[in-house]
Design a protein. Structure first.
Length: 127
């Protein structure tokens, strides 16, 4: 079986990881901060945006692969992947730009909804 959707989303995740990491590295260079955040608020936000993405993206990639393996409709797998990408992009953008809490909250709700859908679907399918 080929994991086309999971592979595409994984490729996008890889690029997002590099972008978020590069933003942290650039700020570290600008502030000459090698460890932790040096009390710099911008660096703190960039570190959290990168860290938060890194905390959730691997699990979603596994879940997408499991959904594809379960022979779920590919449109649904695409929808889940796109929803998660939107949630992580919105969350990172809001954190980095000091966006409104409503955007961070919406991003987290969308992310949690994708995880809940995956969890319920996979449990129903295999129990």
């Amino acid at each position: 079986m080929h994991f086309y959707i999971t592979s595409i989303v994984g490729g996008i995740f890889a690029l997002m990881t590099v972008i978020l990491s590069a933003l942290v590295s650039k700020r570290r260079l600008d502030t000459k901060t090698s460890l932790v955040d040096g009390g710099d608020n911008i660096l703190q936000r960039r570190i959290r945006a990168h860290g938060n993405f890194s905390e959730y993206a691997p699990m979603m990639l596994i879940l997408l692969g499991l959904l594809e393996n379960a022979a779920i409709n590919s449109s649904i797998v695409c929808f889940v992947g796109i929803s998660f990408l939107i949630s992580r992009s919105l969350h990172a953008f809001a954190l980095i730009t000091r966006g409104k809490l409503i955007f961070i909250s919406a991003a987290m709700l969308l992310q949690h909804a994708t995880f809940i859908f995956c969890g319920i679907y996979l449990l129903k399918r295999f129990i």
